[in-house]
Write a new protein. Structure first.
Length: 271
């Protein structure tokens, strides 16, 4: 996928569409890309296009489109993170085609979507997305939602990224070649814009930690903040690759913290 950074910078959540159906060319391109998505955990994600009218789907925050895409994955270790990575690849590709998307988790009639996805007992559908051409004007509801969660705001660079340990904030100037991949992580979407990622750069390796937000428990199979971590991993890896940094995925906890507020997820070594 080309122009990853441009797609990341341009994309926003779209809940108001202009009513046009996607062209057959764009549908064919999306379907072809769905077959190529991947994630570093090598857990397959199955995507499916869904018609709201044909399947009785309802999402009260979305207007102007009938088309949705869902994804399902086996309930195995790292499934939520893997799903977030693969689904975000599709979201960014859609953006490159100027197709609007919005991550949907809690604002849809989930049983209806899961029925269309034909979930097996050992599978889950963490999220879905609307698909369509964005309207030139947001609905009043969408504008209020974006304002409520401060959708266009992100935490400062130094509050998300650290140098060597979690007590030493990292500045863009000191980040060097990593500044741009880290900035693309900072721009990542997340559930209710909580931005749960904290990254530590140490010995040419970037370690990803989850700082769980209040009211987001990790006690069930579906874990939205781990989905968010998959999005962050995706942004970092695709940007690093685009910048010829050669990131190598590993899961080796460096034991940089014993804080119960932080959970190690994974790392990227730059070689």
């Amino acid at each position: 996928m080309n122009n990853v950074k441009e797609s990341i910078r341009q994309r926003r959540s779209v809940r108001t569409y202009d009513g046009r159906e996607l062209s057959q060319k764009d549908i064919d391109s999306l379907c072809a890309f769905m077959e190529t998505t991947e994630n570093p955990f090598e857990i397959p994600v199955e995507f499916r296009l869904m018609s709201a009218k044909e399947n009785g789907l309802n999402c009260p925050v979305v207007v102007g489109t009938d088309l949705y895409v869902g994804g399902k994955i086996k309930c195995v270790p790292n499934a939520n993170v893997a799903f977030g990575y693969s689904f975000e690849m599709l979201v960014l590709y859609a953006q490159s085609l100027e197709i609007g998307t919005v991550w949907l988790g809690g604002t849809m009639n989930r049983p209806a979507y899961e029925k269309v996805m034909e979930l097996e007992v050992d599978e889950m559908m963490p999220c879905a997305s609307a698909l369509g051409y964005p309207s030139g004007k947001m609905s009043l509801r969408e504008g209020m939602m974006r304002k409520a969660i401060k959708a266009d705001e992100r935490l400062p660079f130094e509050e998300l990224f650290f140098n060597g340990n979690l007590n030493s904030p990292l500045t863009k100037e000191r980040a060097g070649d990593l500044a741009e991949p880290l900035e693309m992580v900072r721009l990542s979407p997340s559930a209710v814009n909580k931005q749960p990622w904290r990254l530590v750069v140490s010995d040419n390796t970037v370690h990803f930690y989850l700082k769980r937000s209040k009211n987001f428990s990790g006690g069930s199979a579906l874990d939205m903040q781990k989905v968010d971590m998959g999005i962050a991993l995706c942004h970092f890896a695709l940007t690093a690759i685009e910048n010829s940094l050669n990131p190598i995925f590993v899961q080796e906890d460096p034991k940089l913290t014993s804080s119960p507020e932080l959970e190690y997820i994974a790392s990227y070594k730059l070689v």
